[in-house]
Write a protein that binds this ligand. Sequence first.
Ligand code: K7E
Ligand code: CUA
Length: 670
Amino acid sequence: MRILKSRSFWLGAIVVAGGALTFGCNRATATTGDLVGGDAASRVYVKPGEKDELYAFLSGGFSGQVSVYGLPSGRMLKVIPVFSQNAENGWGYNEESKPMLNTTYGFVPWDDTHHTELSQTDGVPDGRWLFINGNNTPRIARIDLTRFETDEIIQIPNAAGGHASPFSTPDSKYVVSATRFSVPIPNTDMPIADYKKGFKGTLSFITADQPGKMDVAFQILMPGYDYDLGHAGKGPSDGWFFFTSYNSEQANTKLETNASQNDKDYIAAVNWKRAEACVAEGKAKTAPAEYVHNYMDEKSRSAKSETKTSVKMLDPRDCAGIVYFLPTPKSPHGVDIDPSGEYIVAGGKLATVIPVHSFTKLSKAIADKAFEKEIDGIPVLKYGSVMAGEVQKPGLGPLHTEFDGKGYAYTSMFISSEVVKWKLGTWEVVDRAPTYYSIGHLMIPGGDSKKPYGKYLLAMNKITKDRYLPTGPEMAQSAQLFDISGDRMKLLLDFPTIGEPHYAQAIPASLIKDKQVKYYKLAESTHPYITKAESEGGITRTGKQVHIKMIAIRSHFAPDNIEGVTLGDTVYFHVTNLEQDWDILHGFAVLGATNSELILNPGETKTLKWVPTRPGVYPFYCTDFCSALHQEMQGYLRVSAAGSNVALSANISPKAQAQMAKATAGGAGK
Ligand code: K7E
Ligand code: CUA
């Protein structure tokens, strides 16, 4: 029988799966008690005052952020703002962080984050950084794990939909981004009907191992398919990268059916070391491409943006041997490499099997030229020549696979809502566990690395109806923690998540927790508007701009009374938190500001821009309950009508007064 082509078959399968889902729901109520291991509560119980074993980093999907949980407890520790403005702490609202969201499309205050990726040393997560992709306006961010803050964001040019991203090579020399949507390259006005002729894909390799210096090292020009996911080779397959694609039909409408025609699509196997060599030999064309690179200056804690103007573009026709296509059933989603680096597992979301390719066979097939055809300079290998095996009857809708390091693989089954455990090499299914419901990614700590931690598995589910107290039409997505230390998976815990986590990664806490920055040293800050002592605060006017330098310390602001601002002025509050002590934060908010608050880490200076719109007296106050006299931490700013002659004044020390007078005399432009 030819496998699964007709639309009616698939509709049938989905209806059947819907039935299975309903069955799952009913059964859940009856047997959850049995499914959860009897000692589950104690396995996830972390006593008050004690700490979790692992940090887990969950992507936020449409929240645009990363959330950090402790495992096994499921305690939520932090939301790290990345691509979305975050009024909670002023990310993307304060002047220091705004440039982080610059792109060639302007200021883009949101994105869709899918994959968290820890930096690696020799194929093992090392706890230095976490990378995360922006899917909508293709970008990759770097989060520093000594501070849990986003430090760098690079835009990916010649791309639309940065989904296969930001997977890392084993030493984080590169992280990658492949375009999900093919587009004209360079993107230009073109009839959509010209898709087959004019639309192309790109695979981008971004240098990642030097903070502040991320750049697009090179791009590979690909046929106009949809590139979906990727993973680096390791061990024997180190030097290779694998990307799934779907829509080899090159449909540009109703992809639901039109891109599900072919029995097989392709995994692109990229020899990136060879690509590097071709770039070095001058075989790449320098193509115009505008993209923005934003990074947080370490000393001033202020972001800078730079625009780059070209990329090195490699056409596989100019550099033989950089890409091969591996036929793979059917519209594959995930591609996951086992810890040994030998097996390449595809999640053919419409396939009835889980296909596994062999790297040894791939190398031999290339040597033997076992090609069935060539597409745009890319040899297509014969399926039989690269296939290691197929997992039969795994369930419905395989998406993603992770590994436990003990010879087993675990695949998420979206349609049949389950995790399926199977054995590498024999391809037999050995266990399955239901998930509630519609699992997307799953994650084993280190489960895509050379050394899986292999104790837990986290399932991330799209649908939670009936699992939690109802909260109106939208219910939270959920994560479910399983114990995988024994032969059978045991469900331990359910917890709701922020946004829609797609992928997550986790790492032993011991690799991160003792490296935490506790405060920023005032003495080392190079922020141009820092106020290092109460005596240095002040107010200066430059034309219509009023700069207020202010300190916050338990429990006052200085200055706390400001006059002389008039309508038409733009006010910049530069507030420095003078505290030099862990976890002592202050906040700053002004009546009527069409902006967020500031939240100030100890030793940090942040700037709130405010344009008053009517005369009056405006209180400001601290928003972070910092001391017994937090409520006393307040002040006033007087705004007068345009043209009034109220002198600029602030109740500051005589020394600061004198400095202010000098600065105002020098800089006054009014
Ligand atoms: Cu499967 Cu974007 Cu990795 Cu969602 S993706 S689940
Ligand atoms: Cu400072 Cu509350």
